[in-house]
Design a protein around this ligand. Structure first.
Ligand code: AMP
Length: 185
């Protein structure tokens, strides 16, 4: 059985930074579907070729492709001690796909990262100066924030019903947020 912790929140909230730190500290796997997709793009795989323009535009990759990729990833050896999902689920269908495998991969917690839109835009554009990410641009950011509000934010309510959510203020110093967050593990 692999326990799953979900990091849920808008783009630019710092999920990836915190997930990689916590994962290392607590010996958990850090699974970022965005990183996995970017790797596919850079290797020019079939999935990467399909995903590239969607990533660039800030749109979501179709559920079926991401779900299969994620489920395969969860079966890897490094997930045995537990896994942090960073950027998955992003739609109701993705959340339901996790529910279907909950016997082997139970969700123990959903950390909800909260930050204001203006702060997120500022951070992403700043990150874009050095990240080399083709989607850290003004056009793509506004699409990504819209997609988040429409498709992903409703998942907060979905998980609240099961009392799995813990809200965290994602604005402030990385170390302070980390210290706060690590109390949850
Ligand atoms: P991220 O690195 O999490 O910000 O993701 C970057 C991009 O990868 C997103 O804008 C989507 O195009 C794609 N992506 C990542 N995770 C998912 C997902 N769970 N479902 C659909 N698309 C995703």
């Amino acid at each position: 059985m692999t326990e799953v912790i979900i990091f849920l929140g808008p783009p630019g909230a710092g999920k990836g930074t915190q997930a990689s730190r916590i994962a290392e500290e607590k010996n958990l796997a850090h699974i970022s579907t965005g990183d996995m997709l970017r790797e596919h793009v850079s290797k020019n795989t079939e999935l990467g070729i399909t995903a590239k323009s969607l990533l660039d535009d800030g749109k979501l990759v179709p559920d079926s492709l991401v779900i299969d990729m994620l489920i395969e990833r969860l079966k890897a050896d490094d997930c045995q001690n537990g896994a942090i999902l960073d950027g998955f689920p992003r739609t109701l269908a993705q959340a339901q796909s996790l529910d279907e495998i909950s016997e082997n991969f139970p969700i123990t917690k959903v950390i909800v990262f909260e930050a204001e839109q203006n702060e997120l835009i500022k951070r992403i554009l700043h990150r874009g100066e050095t990240s080399g990410r083709s989607d850290d641009t003004e056009e793509s950011v506004s699409v990504r924030l819209d997609v988040y509000q429409k498709d992903t934010e409703p998942l907060i309510g979905y998980y609240q019903e099961n009392n799995l959510t813990v809200k965290i203020n994602a604005v402030g110093e990385v170390d302070d947020i980390y210290n706060h967050l690590s109390k949850e593990f």
